[in-house]
Design a protein around this ligand. Structure first.
Ligand code: FAD
Length: 544
């Protein structure tokens, strides 16, 4: 960690002063993975950059994904070869930049018979060629005996074979934070809780934005030679700030995930299962829990930050798991956490959400605002390059030829996560589960973090209390939700700390951010209400 790459929430006013004082080469609207990738790329290629995020960093879709760094085998079947090639190749590049945030794992695709297995193998072989997969990471085939030995949770009466191939798992909101910190380290000025509500004109051209601070109400004018709209599901709303008559571009599709304790759904590997409508869903074990998703349904209610999780969404996922796995059937009450996100897909009239391409598109508005829409988490680097090259062409910005391949914060190691976790256990006297989790979340920065204190947030949890301080001082957290949902991720992955960790986290935050007792109480009530809303489908199910 360097002083420059810290997003220190206690230095917020200084950052706002800087945003107001300077004139930047570009101002980016939106602090999800798309905006974060653009800010990093721009700063590393020599531009002066500002980024404004209306809510918390990664609060939108970029904390609600399936968290896979993948090319998406199914898009190959849809004929999207260029997209699959680009994203399949990106897997290696993201792994090289941040091995802790792109953990290679085996993904098991079960097949009923030999014919299905051959078809699968052909697809996976093509995918591996597109992604230039090395020999040691190539797929393997399992017969019945291997399937039973390696993944006993799969129903042996249904599946006789499997093809097993490599994919990479990330932590989406932490990947966003790592990119933002890299941008800050290269000179970018970043602020969350700054909602852009108008585009500043200089004659006919966009010359910056105006935004209001959601913490203090302070209004800012941020001047810039180019304005980039990376607002994900909100790109149409931002386009309308420039051009009230802009036609909608997006088709919003909702995706839901549900989480179970590993003891209740003891999958050893990641799995792909086929639902009754032939769509595929993932089962992903991570840090002692297993999450299952996703659904893919048109969301007609507009770009909500918290789309509802309906009983039907959960039933669809549970039915698929219960039909494919040899388990006591899972029920809504087994779900320990759930999340829903909106895919900002580029509309293709007449197509169902799961048939719509995941491609991205760059557009230029009438006063020169550059919008990037669509795409995937995995493609954030090529999307950033494409967007910046377009902005540079239009606005005459001078971009260095290529960003230096500097590791993201914590990514400066050889990729051996087991070795990193063992060193943490030895050198910081941490329990193995804590060390493993810290290695995955923080990479090599876990050593500096654990130096601040090794006490668990709550007894028996692998989350350290010192992570709350780190979240504020290094990762820009301003609220209890920021920490619980998008930094420690206790709300999603840690049933032992989901409720029990709330009060100790709020107490530490109150000290760090100078909260009154009333503010602390309202933060606690807000997150409790949020967590209850996430699981409200359980009572809907009981009432039905
Ligand atoms: P967002 O993350 O939503 O960021 C946009 C940001 O803009 C928001 O934080 C918002 O607050 C901010 N904003 C909006 N308006 C304003 C304003 N006026 N001023 C300032 N800020 C503003 N991709 C993969 O590669 N792998 C996967 O496994 C995967 N799984 C997925 C599963 C689901 C269920 C979903 C929904 C998507 C998945 N994706 C996956 C796709 C991926 O998550 C998205 O493509 C990506 O996160 C979109 O990022 P974004 O930055 O464009 O949007």
């Amino acid at each position: 960690m360097t002083a420059a790459n810290r997003l220190d929430a206690t230095a917020r006013e200084r950052t706002l002063d800087r945003l107001e004082r300077e004139r930047f080469d570009c101002v980016v609207i939106g602090g999800g993975i798309t905006g974060a990738g653009i800010a990093r790329e721009a700063a590393l290629r020599g531009l002066t950059v500002a980024l404004l995020e209306a809510s918390d960093y990664a609060a939108g879709t970029s904390s609600r994904s399936s968290k896979l760094i993948h090319g998406g085998l199914r898009y190959l079947a849809m004929g999207d070869v260029a997209l699959v090639r680009s994203t399949a190749l990106e897997r290696k590049r993201i792994h090289a930049l941040a091995p802790h945030l792109a953990e290679p794992r085996w993904l098991v695709v079960p097949a009923r018979g030999r014919a299905a297995l051959f078809k699968l193998r052909a697809g996976i072989t093509a995918y591996e060629k597109l992604g230039a997969v090395e020999d040691r990471d190539r797929h393997r085939n399992w017969g019945r005996a291997e399937l039973e030995a390696n993944e006993p949770v799969l129903d042996a009466r249904r599946f006789g074979f499997a093809c097993v191939y490599r994919e990479y798992v990330t932590d989406d909101s932490r990947l966003v934070l790592a990119n933002l910190r890299a941008a800050a380290g290269a000179g970018a000025a970043l602020a969350s809780r700054m909602a852009v509500d108008s585009i500043v004109r200089e004659g006919e051209r966009a010359g910056g934005v105006e935004a209001v601070c959601r913490e203090s109400g302070r209004r800012l004018r941020v001047r810039a030679r180019s304005v980039i709209n990376a607002a994900g599901p909100w790109v149409d709303a931002v386009r309308r700030l420039e051009d009230g008559g802009a036609k909608p571009l997006l088709h919003l599709s909702k995706g839901v995930h549900v989480v179970f304790r590993g003891s209740r759904l003891p999958a050893r590997n990641m799995l792909i299962l086929t639902a009754s409508d032939r769509r595929t869903i993932f089962v992903i074990p991570r840090l002692g829990v297993v999450y299952v998703g996703t659904t893919d349904t048109t969301y007609p209610h507009g770009s909500d930050l918290w789309p509802t999780i309906d009983a039907e969404d959960v039933a669809y996922l549970l039915d698929t798991v219960n039909q494919s796995l040899a388990l006591d059937p899972l029920a809504p009450d087994d779900v320990t956490a759930a999340w829903a996100g909106l895919r900002p897909l580029i509309a293709q009239p007449g197509k169902a959400p799961h048939e719509i391409s995941r491609r991205d598109e760059v557009l230029v508005g009438p006063s020169g605002v550059v919008t990037i829409a669509g795409g995937k988490l995995t493609g954030f680097r090529p999307m950033a390059q494409e967007t910046l090259e377009r902005a540079a062409e239009i606005h005459g910005l001078r971009l260095a030829a290529a960003a230096p391949p500097l590791p993201l914060p914590g990514g400066d190691f050889d990729g051996d996560l087991d070795a990193l976790a063992s060193r943490l256990t030895r050198e910081r006297a941490l329990p193995p589960a804590t060390a493993r989790r810290l290695a995955l979340c923080y990479g090599t920065e876990a050593f500096a973090l654990a130096e601040r204190g090794a006490e668990p947030l709550v007894p028996g949890s692998p989350i350290l209390a010192a992570e709350v301080d780190w979240a504020v001082r290094v990762e820009g957290a301003l609220s209890l939700e920021d920490v619980h949902y998008r930094r420690t991720r206790a709300a999603l992955y840690h049933p032992e700390a989901r409720e029990a960790g709330l009060a100790p986290t709020a107490q530490r935050l109150a000290g760090l951010l100078g909260w009154s007792p009333e503010r602390e109480a309202s933060e606690l009530a807000g997150v409790r209400a949020r967590m209850a809303a996430d699981l409200a489908f359980r009572s809907a199910e009981a009432a039905a």
